[in-house]
Design a protein around this ligand. Structure first.
Ligand SMILES: [Zn+2]
Length: 194
């Protein structure tokens, strides 16, 4: 059997928003509205971001923003507040900062699974090159949220980098609002230390 390419396997198909997702988004928005007065008392200038963060924390209880750089965390928080308040779009974090040892383990496992370091790099980078270890990479969900970030993320210096990973975004303020050229997968043209 011919192996399907990563591109084909990972590229999101055009799926209409499921009723369940619509419901989650509506409930999360209602929660954020209810939490707004409390957030306003806590931090008057950033109440909408704060209330949004609390509501999304209830929707995605497993997510963990610790270890991200201050810039990446602030950008992600602001972007998903806009997504929720303006477009009723939820964006959750499935993976942010990773410890170098964890990244190494993931890389080693992928080398074993795929057969070689070169093919492993199509999905996982070694710790020295990984944006997750630097605290600037964000794996997000669901598909619709990722698509929103792809469309609006440049305002927050957040960019999708790879064709084969619709979920992976990085905080790249040095790009100055111009999306960096997208690569087929993480192993292509990666500059060490970039
Ligand atoms: Zn990632």
């Amino acid at each position: 059997m011919r192996r399907r390419s990563w591109f084909a396997m990972n590229e999101p198909r055009t799926i209409p928003l499921r009723p369940r997702d619509r419901l989650y988004a509506a409930v999360t928005l209602v929660l954020a509205v209810l939490l707004l007065p409390v957030a306003f008392v806590r931090r008057p200038g950033r109440a909408r971001e704060l209330a949004c963060g609390w509501a999304l924390g209830m929707r995605f209880p497993a997510e963990d923003l610790t270890g991200l750089t201050d810039g990446a965390r602030a950008a992600f928080t602001a972007a998903r507040a806009e997504a929720l308040w303006r477009h009723r779009q939820l964006i959750g974090l499935t993976s942010g900062y990773r410890d170098p040892a964890v990244q190494q383990r993931m890389f080693d496992e992928e080398v074993r699974r795929s057969g070689s370091p070169a093919s492993a790099r199509m999905l996982v980078l070694p710790p020295a090159e990984s944006g997750h270890v630097k605290g600037v990479a964000l794996d997000v969900r669901p598909h619709e949220g990722a698509r929103w970030l792809e469309e609006h993320g440049a305002r927050y210096d957040l960019y999708r980098l790879y064709d084969n990973e619709w979920w992976h975004f990085e905080h790249r303020p040095e790009c100055g609002g111009t999306p960096p050229p997208r690569r087929p997968h993480p192993g292509v043209g990666h500059v060490l230390g970039n």
